[in-house]
Ligand binder design. Sequence first.
Ligand code: TRP
Length: 472
Amino acid sequence: MHTSIHGQWSSRLAFILAATGSAVGLGNIWRFPYITGENGGGAFVLVYLACVFLIGLPVMMAEVMLGRKGRHSPINTMSILARENQRSQIWQLIGWSGVIAGFIILSYYSVIAGWALAYIPRLAMGTFSAVSDLGSTQAVAEFAGGQFGALIGDYQQLIIWHTLFMMGTMVIISGGVQGGLEKAVTFMMPALFALLLILLGYALSTDKFIDGLLFLFQPDFSRALTGQAILDALGQAFFTLSLGMGAIMIYGAYLPKDASISFTTTMIVIADTSVALIAGLVIFPLVFSNGLEAAGGAGLAFQTLPIAFGQMPYGAFFGTLFFVLLSLAAWSSAISIIEPAVAWLVETDKFSRLSASLLCGLGAWLLGFVTIFSFNIWAEVYPLASFGVEKTWFDLLEYLTFNMMMPLGGLFMAIFVAWFMNTATTSEELNSSPNSFGFKLWLFLLRYVTPVGVGIVFLNAVGVLKAIGIVS
Ligand code: TRP
């Protein structure tokens, strides 16, 4: 039995809240609606839900289990478990990939969280109340688009907000498990959820609610989903559940021994999925009632929600509160993104928790400039142009983590747990008999469904499927 030097959650509920805090973030409110819009709605949502429940949930159970068995940072956990199961030390690479992915993800996550921060004063000052006097929906859409464009085009503003967000993340992370992480998440999640419900009430009052509902839930099978859309759905499932890079593993390392893994992870997945779906139910009616494009891209949430706040009673108040909570949700996710790296540095015995946090924060902060400039002065810079790839630096970082490091990490965790650990150990850790239906289903999903599903994502990411003509 290992114990964690970093401390432990005080209860099962604390773990659920912390892991939900990690899962619920920009992925749900910013990314889910925009990627769903770009992929045409209904059918995409269906595939996404299948990925969440058939691959995401089993992988999350596996990842939490690895963490709780190893009780160390992902690098050392994988090393310990590989040794205990008489497997090669090469499995440590899962941990290394997670630490590196954490730096990269945090660097751009912080920039986008900075957008949420930047909207707080805009709503508080009533910038968007102007939209109710604009008359035509087109003028409203242009106003909202203009505001967003002005923000991302101005790197000085982006640097300020990115810096603020990163400093906030470092403050919490340096406080450790119970002092920092746990306190921060206990009130944030319920508050965000309540505010989303208020927004849902507003969306219900628009005349386009049904259109939004149908867009999300009525699959249009006449338009076949592209291979790329399916891959987007899988990548989104990993991202929104924080899987595949050790964040959930390290949170599992702080999980008390007697808490049920299957129960807690199911709760987390349900909470995360509800937030994403509600965000969609809020955003799409607004998109349609204001004549915006569902496929409007990365600015979708930032262009639609302020319009709602501009038109509803007490909008400046609710709007300010909403972007405060979105920033907080991003904050509780950001913490988990970098925790594997911080925990590892602490385990080397060369760093205190404070110095480890500062070092990681500084690294991710510096790398964040690459993302900031990708939206303005480097917007036309395509580093891999000579290979025919038209992607900015930000696109490349997102691609590397989303399409490669996270799915691969999740894939190898699934393989390790399902093929390289014995079922006596895993079933005991899950508190179930190796012959029960639930356990067998879980093992089947991990052994076969996950490797095939994720394998396809990865082959696509490295271009193999393109080369042999399966996707265009
Ligand atoms: N799940 C978070 C979101 O939806 C982002 C996140 C937190 C994350 N921790 C992670 C993504 C670890 C990948 C890996 O916003």
